[in-house]
Each structure stands twice: as C-alpha cells, then as structure tokens.
Design a protein around this ligand. Structure first.
Ligand SMILES: NC(=O)c1ccc[n+]([C@@H]2O[C@H](COP(=O)([O-])OP(=O)(O)OC[C@H]3O[C@@H](n4cnc5c(N)ncnc54)[C@H](O)[C@@H]3O)[C@@H](O)[C@H]2O)c1
Length: 360
C-alpha cells in the first residue's frame, strides 16, 4: 500500500507516492496528469541500467514516446556542460512544451533534471522518481533545482515544483550501504527541527532503521516527506521558516568544501554539522546538554559520524564564510531550543565556534 502525501501549493500542488513498486505506476499517473506526448527520462549511469527499462516500459505502455539519457553518476554532473547536453538531447527528440521530464536517480539527477525542466522552453513539467534515501526524504520534494559552478555548489538554479513524486522504496535495495546511512542524517534532522515524537520513534527503532527494515523505512520516509511538505507549504521560497531545514548545514557545507566534496557524503557532513549545532545550542539557547547527548547518540547509533574530523579549524571557519547580510558581525546558525524545535538566525560568538569545534 502506497502512502500518498499532498504538497499543498495552490496551482503548483502535487502528490508524493511512497511505497514498494510505485515506479510501475508512472505511465498511468502521467496520463492522468495530461502530460505528453514526449517524455525525456534523465538518469545516471548507475541508476539507468537498474530502473530505466521498467520506467520506460511503463511510459510506453501508457502511450508516451520516450527518450532516455544517462549522465555520469556523481556531483560533477550538476554542471553547465551536462545541462547543455540535455538541451541538445531534448531538441533531438522533439520534446516540446507539452512534453515532460522524468528525473530518475538521486539528488544529483533530481537537481540537474529539475533545473533543465525549469529552464527548457521557459519551463516544462517534470516528475521526480528519487532512488536514493536522501532524494526520497529531501531533495525530490520542495522544488529546489540547480547546478554547480566551478566557484561553488548550487550557485545557479530555480524554484520549480515537480508535478508528481514517486518514491519507490524497493529501489533502496540496490543503494550502496554508505549512501543509505548518509540519507538517514536528513531523517534525523526532521525529528530535531519539527517533531520530538518522530525523533523518539527513530531512537526506539535505530537498529531496525539501520538495517533498512522495509515497513519501518516506508513509514519513516513518508513522515519525513510530510514534514518537508508542510515546511515548503508554509514557506515555499525560503523567506523564513524553510531555513530550519538548514539545521547542521553551516558546518556541514564547510566540511564538504574543505575536503573537496570527496571525503564525506553530504549526509555524513550534515551529521557532523548537527553534532556541532547540538553542542552550540547547549551553550546558547538553553538546550539541555543531555538532549545534545541524545541527538549525538542517535546519529552514532545509526552509523553516522559525529566526531571532530581531522581538519584545520581555520580552513573550516573560512569555508563557513561570513553572513552576507551581517558582514562584520557573527555568523548565524540554526540552533535547537529543544528536540522538535529550532530557532533560525542565532548569532554565535567567534570564540565559542572554535571552543565547541575542539570539544567535538
Ligand atoms: N534540491 C534540494 O532540495 C536538495 C536537498 C538536499 C540535497 N540536494 C542535492 O542532492 C545531491 C546529493 O544527492 P544524493 O545523495 O542522492 O547523491 P547522488 O545523486 O550522487 O546519488 C548517490 C549515489 O547513489 C547512486 N544511486 C542512487 N540511487 C541508487 C539506487 N537505487 N541504486 C543504486 N545506486 C543508486 C547514484 O548513482 C550515486 O552514485 C547533492 O547535489 C545536493 O546538493 C538537493
């Protein structure tokens, strides 16, 4: 039985379906949405051989004309070069404004194909079929799309909501274990920022979650999507509330940058960032230190890194940058007030940053 969640955004509303086998529903669901007649499936070279054929078959069966493109797997494909390759493929295959894109893969494919859909012919529709845990619980929902520039990540992009998200949990069986574990970091984040009961459920079921128990996983993904959908509904364009989703990201992004995006997976870096934010919170917001310990214990129990990496603090500090809006003042963080509630825009004194880093 698939879970159905509505992302309620007026004319841009859409449904997320979560369950084993939902991928096979793509043809009929796209027909119901009146999409077509040409579909371009964008995937990567790991995911395409596994799930490209059944997606293409289901679309064919529903009467669509289908083209399929696979970009190399990995962050480097979120590039201008790949974007222009997709424009060419789309023109060669006769994709027009009635046609649509299917993003089949992890967050890299979702961001790239989503931005391609946002910009091709001034915007065409697209469907997300996330196949990594991170993409299922996070990147496929909410409409943030984009590519990287040589000078930084996600520097070009657009808000462009998909018309449908199909999270087929059966696809997680082929996801490498390390990628799976990294995705759990974003799941934990939802509990911390918005839902103490959910956090408790994760604590109680940490071993089963780590083992990927299917029924539990499906309910956890669905709940994560529900939380993200609600945050996006309240603040689609990140004017305020949506920034809570950046909990753990200030340090996490800096660690990724300093290590050249090669040593830590995104979720692993976010786990370090959340451990850091937990300790900062305990010093600044009245967040009980015992709750910070609980947060760190859960991340550790799920197999995520929480200890200070062997990196030069000044490089990490520099990578965190200065807040553009408050140039000469302290860096701002999303910090926890308690498990289930965070506060954005917290100024952290410079000395404390270093002290807490050394304590990690
Ligand atoms: N748009 C957003 O809101 C948002 C949010 C968070 C992260 N992101 C972006 O997401 C990206 C990271 O996404 P990711 O962690 O999914 O990385 P990814 O897309 O690189 O996927 C991770 C790896 O797993 C492989 N893979 C994916 N699904 C698989 C499956 N079912 N079976 C076998 N292999 C599979 C991929 O080929 C890749 O090698 C980053 O670029 C990040 O910036 C975007």
């Amino acid at each position: 039985m698939a879970d159905k969640i509505k992302v309620d955004l007026g004319a841009r509303s859409y449904e997320i379906r979560i369950g084993a086998g939902v991928l096979g529903q793509i043809g009929t669901l796209c027909r119901d949405l009146d999409l077509g007649p040409v579909a371009l499936v964008v995937s990567d070279e790991h995911v395409n051989p596994l799930y490209g054929p059944p997606v293409e078959a289901a679309l064919h069966e529903a009467g669509f004309e289908v083209g399929r493109v696979a970009v190399p797997a990995g962050e480097a494909s979120k590039s201008g070069k790949m974007l222009f390759r997709l424009y060419d493929e789309a023109l060669d295959r006769g994709l027009d404004r009635r046609g649509f894109v299917v993003a089949l893969g992890g967050g890299v494919v979702g961001d790239l194909a989503g931005f391609f859909a946002a910009s091709f012919l001034r915007g065409i529709r697209y469907v997300q079929i996330p196949t990594s845990l991170l993409a299922m619980v996070d990147s496929s929902v909410g409409g943030k799309t984009g590519i990287n520039l040589p000078r930084g990540k996600n520097l070009v992009g657009a808000f462009h909501q998909p018309v449908l998200v199909l999270a087929d949990v059966a696809a997680l069986r082929t996801l490498p274990a390390r990628e799976y574990t990294a995705g759990l970091a974003e799941v934990v984040k939802y509990g911390i920022i918005r839902d103490a009961g959910f956090f408790e459920k994760l604590e109680q079921n940490a071993a089963a979650l780590r083992a990927g128990e299917p029924a539990l996983l499906e309910s956890v993904i669905a709940h994560g999507c529900r939380i993200k959908a609600e945050v996006v509904r309240l603040d689609e364009r990140e004017r305020s509330l949506r920034a809570i989703l950046n909990f753990g990201h200030t340090l996490g992004h800096a660690v990724e940058q300093v290590t050249g995006y090669g040593r830590y997976l995104h979720g692993e870096a976010i786990s370090l960032g959340m451990a850091f934010a937990a300790r900062l919170s305990a010093r600044l917001t009245g967040f009980p230190p015992a709750e910070a310990d609980r947060m760190i214990a859960l991340l550790r129990a799920l197999g995520l890194p929480v200890e200070r990496p062997d990196l030069d603090w000044s490089a990490v500090r520099q990578a965190m940058g200065v807040d553009k809006k408050t140039r000469d003042r302290a860096l701002r963080f999303v910090l926890a007030e308690r498990i289930g509630a965070v506060r954005v825009g917290c100024e952290v004194p410079e000395e404390l940053l270093r002290e807490v880093w050394n304590q990690l």
